[in-house]
Every structure is written in C-alpha cells, then in structure tokens.
Design a protein. Structure first.
Length: 337
C-alpha cells in the first residue's frame, strides 16, 4: 500500500489541484488559496552496543514485519529528537539510556510513509530491563560481524558507520589487552598492532645499521668505535637489530637476552671498550630504529600514534634488559648458565 495523496482540502473540503509555486508543483486548494507541503517525516534510531554486540528488535507490524532493525520510530509533535530516540528505545526494549553521540543522518523513501529522514544516535544504557515491547516481538544482541539483513537501509548505514567509528578504538583495545596477556605471549599467538612496524624493521635491518654506523663512527660518546673495523661494527649492529625483531616476535626469550648480552659485555671489556661506550652504542641503535620508524610516517592517525607508542614501550623493555646484562657481563667473567 503506497502513501495516499490528498484529494480534498482538510479545511473546506474543496477538491485539491496542483499548482506551481517557486517552480515546484504542489498541492493547492483554490478556495482557501493555500498550498500543502509534504515534508519528510523524522525517524529516530538508537545503536546500543555491549561487548561488540548491537541490540536489534524484530518487527511485529508492517512494514517489514518479522525483520530485524535498530530500535526505531517516529518523533512526535512537540518532542525533541533526542527525547524521541530514548522513548522509542524504552518502549521497544525496556532499556533506559542516555545519548552519547549522533552516528548518522540519512534520507530515504518508504513505500508506505513516503520521504523519511533517519537520525541515528549512539546510546549508553543507564537502567531498565531488556524485554520486547510496543511493536517489537523480540530483542537480541547480535555480534558486529553477524548482523542480519536489516529492515531499513538507513539502519544498515548507521550500523556500518558505528562499526567504522569504533574500528581503531577496538584494535587499540585488543592490542593493549594482548600485550598484558601472559598466556598469549607464552603460546606465541599474540598479534599486536606494532607487529607491522616490526616487519618493517626486519626488512630494513641493513639500512638502519648503516645509519647507526655513520653516527657511532663520529659520536663523541663512542670514541673507541671511531677506530674499530667498520665491517665488524655493521655486522654486530645487524645482529642486535635482528634480535630485537625476534624478541618482539616472541622468538627470543629473556634467557637468550641474558646469555647473549652478558657475553657481549664481557667481550667488549676484553676489546678495551669503556662500559659507557657500549651502553651508548646500544642507545644509538635504539635511536636509529625509532627514527627510521618515524621517517615512515607513523603519526598520521590516532591508531598510528598508538602503534608507535606501543613499539616504543616494547623496545624500551628489550634495551633495558640488554643494557643490564651487558653491564653484568662487563663487570664479571661470562659463564653461560
């Protein structure tokens, strides 16, 4: 059933005609000399999400009876859009909530109601109990990757916009939680956001090592390195960088770090390097890894900034351990345990 057109004037009952006004053909009553304007109807929807599941309701009435949609309905005269959103949510689901943000605004045409304007809001539950009401015959939280076909295309757009807006936040949250999970680390099943930077470091180990070599060969904090064989220094720095990549990829544990860097410290002492120089050389490697990562444009978005900070934190843990064991090895004879 399509939306019916006016046939008679609601004021005088005279027959409606069509007449141009400002180059638009409108319904007109010649007796009352008034035009009638058909404006889009305002429809509100709410997106309530918990644990990456979105609340949907199953429609009990036409149109689209039996299909799922967001809690939705028409705004009433004298009612604010925000109030209408929360009222419809409460009537259809029993949930009391507050609005946190506007997600999407969309125009569409419905065969029954004509032109509509959908305004979709993100809401946060403040009370109530979940139960189907009004014209909803069921309510259910659906995982974001298992959303069924929705009754209204505007609902689909709103859900997609919401998921897109939360994508980076969820990725950061997952990466942070993984970084705190000891079980994941033990099983080597971790997939941190900064892993993509680690891949970049692995592919550019030689380039980073060459930048470090230029620096260490003239830096005032490493005078003994100025005279040392450059090829050997290049090879040694590449080993350190590759070890960092392995450790960040969970292929290199604290025992490997302890044994290698205690031995490294002991060997540098025998080669007459000052301990301060050895520590400075490690610090310069970390600096050039970090600067190389920055040069690849990792500050463009919020998630890029988080990835950089996550990488920086993981590098700090590695080099703190390396520096500590170098100092131990430098001060004592190295004995592998």
């Amino acid at each position: 059933m399509k939306k019916k057109k006016r046939r008679f004037c609601p004021y005088c009952s005279d027959k409606i005609i069509y007449k141009n006004e400002d180059d638009v053909l409108r319904e007109h009553c010649p007796s009352c000399n008034i035009f009638f304007y058909d404006n889009p109807l305002p429809v509100v929807s709410s997106v309530l999400e918990k644990d990456r599941k979105i609340l949907l309701v199953k429609r009990g009435n036409k149109p689209y009876k039996g299909m799922w949609c967001l809690p939705s309905g028409f705004a009433e005269t004298g009612e604010t859009i925000e109030a209408a959103t929360l009222r419809e949510l409460r009537e259809e689901t029993g949930i009391k909530a507050k609005i946190t943000s506007l997600i999407d605004a969309d125009s569409c045409t419905n065969y029954l109601y004509g032109d509509l304007i959908f305004l979709s809001f993100e809401v946060e539950q403040t009370g109530g109990k979940l139960e189907a009401g009004d014209d909803a015959i069921a309510t259910k939280y659906f995982p974001i990757d298992k959303i069924p076909k929705l009754a209204f295309s505007s609902n689909t757009k709103a859900v997609e916009a919401y998921i897109k807006s939360k994508k980076d936040y969820w990725a950061i949250l997952d990466s942070f939680n993984l970084s705190l999970s000891k079980d994941k680390f033990k099983k080597k099943e971790i997939n941190l956001l900064s892993n993509k930077l680690i891949e970049m470091i692995e592919k550019n180990t030689k380039s980073i090592a060459e930048l470090w070599l230029l620096d260490i060969s003239s830096n005032k904090s490493t005078p003994h390195y100025h005279l040392f064989d450059k090829q050997k220094l290049l090879e040694r720095s590449q080993i350190v960088i590759s070890q960092l990549s392995k450790w960040l990829s969970m292929d290199y544990n604290k025992h490997d770090i302890r044994n290698f860097y205690k031995q490294l410290g002991n060997e540098r002492r025998k080669e007459d390097f000052a301990l301060s120089e050895v520590i400075s050389s490690l610090s310069l490697i970390r600096k050039h890894i970090w600067e190389f990562a920055l040069s690849r444009g990792i500050w463009n978005t919020t998630i890029d900034i988080y990835i950089a900070l996550e990488l920086g934190r993981r590098m700090m843990l590695f080099f703190d351990k390396a520096t500590y064991y170098v100092s131990i090895g430098y001060e004592t004879e190295y004995l592998e345990k």
